[in-house]
Structures are given as C-alpha cells and as structure tokens.
Write a protein that binds this ligand. Sequence first.
Ligand code: MD3
Ligand code: FE
Length: 221
Amino acid sequence: MPGPTADLFAEDALRQPAGREQIGEQSYVLRGYALPWVERLLPELRRVLAQSPFRQMVTPGGFTMSAALSSCGDLGWTTDSSGYRYTPLDPRSQQPWPRMPGVLRELAVLAAAEAGFLDFTPDACLINRYVPGAKMSLHQDKNERRYSEPVVSLSLGLPAVFLFGGHARSDKTRKVSLFHGDVVVWGGVDRLRFHGVMPIKDGVHPVMGPQRINLTLRTAG
Ligand code: MD3
Ligand code: FE
C-alpha cells in the first residue's frame, strides 16, 4: 500500500505505544507519562543526589550490587552485611535522607491513580543508578510494612529490559522494555512478584548521558 497511508503505518511502528499498557492483573506501564515532568524533576534530583550521593551497597550475602543507590523521603533503603532495611538516616552522613521532592510525589500519586490506586501515600523513594553492564537480580520487595500500597517506578535515561516474574523465584519471567519517561505501577496481587533488570546495554542517552536512573516510590513505614 504505497502513499501517505503506508507512511503513517511506518511511523506508528517506530513510536512507543502511548497510554496504559497492562502487564499484570494490577500492574500498568504508562508509556512516556513522566516526559512532561522531566525538566522539573531533574533539578530536584540533582539536589537530592548532592545531599545523598549514589553509593554501591553490599548485600547480606557479601556481594556488591552493580547498581548504585540513594534514597529520599522519610525513609531510605539500605543493605549491608547485617541485612536489608529502611532507615530514617542516611548511614553515610548520619543525617536524615533528603526530603522527597513535591513534584516527584505528585507525579507518583497521579500515576498510581491512573492504575486504580487512589490513595497512595509514598514515604520513601529508592533511586537506582545503572551504568552499562549493571543489572538487578531477580528479587521481591518485602521490606515495606504494608503490601496493600503499590510501588510506582520512573525510568530515566538508557533503556532497560525489565523482568517480571511470578510469586516463586523459579516462575517464568516476562520481558518488558522500559524507556526514558516510562512510569510503571505495581500493586495488589502483583506487589510481591519477583522482578529484576537485565544488564543495561552500552549507550549514551541524549538527556541523561551513559546511565539509567530508576526511581521507585513506596510506602515503607
Ligand atoms: C514489581 N528496581 O528498586 S523498578 C527495586 O528498574 C527495583 O531499578 C528496578 O526492583 C529498577 O527494588 C525495577 C520496578 C519495580 C519496583 C518494585 C516492585 C517493580 C516491582 C515491587 C513489586 C513488583
Ligand atoms: Fe525491586
């Protein structure tokens, strides 16, 4: 089918599908949802990271995580030889974690509502930085007090292949590509699914440079 109609289809094939993509019973990818917010988010992210810089943490099993972590909000997530936990102080500075930017909280609350979670009250935001080659092994997020609240994640920078598993580590995983500006909401029956991130491919993102930054907002306390 030559002519303008064919051109239109060709463009559609290149564009990431917009809107709400369901990836689980109560999980949705909101493609590009954060794009209109990025300009307001980045200065706030810089402020947070100036106060609590990325650091590589060690798991209780003695492995250094390939992703570097920071946090903001009332609680931040930490791992060391004695275990995984949320703490009110950044162990590096012994000071409270940076406050959660209002614009970040607003974005997450609106995104949660898009997925049907109408009173999301995040108190913690874990910030992961992946350079090419960094990954996150399959795990469950179980350190939060109430699993009734969803987790909202925002992807920035280089693309990632997210692995979405089941309720047992050995369950089959689905691959979901996540791009700059994508927001994902996980809740309800999907909240305790195993998940992970495949090693990030080499590249340079025009806005974020040679890295992927993922922010996950949670109700931890
Ligand atoms: C599904 N981060 O920080 S975000 C994590 O891309 C984490 O940095 C990944 O897994 C990342 O714990 C994935 C997506 C995510 C976060 C929490 C979840 C998916 C989730 C909790 C339950 C189910
Ligand atoms: Fe996780």
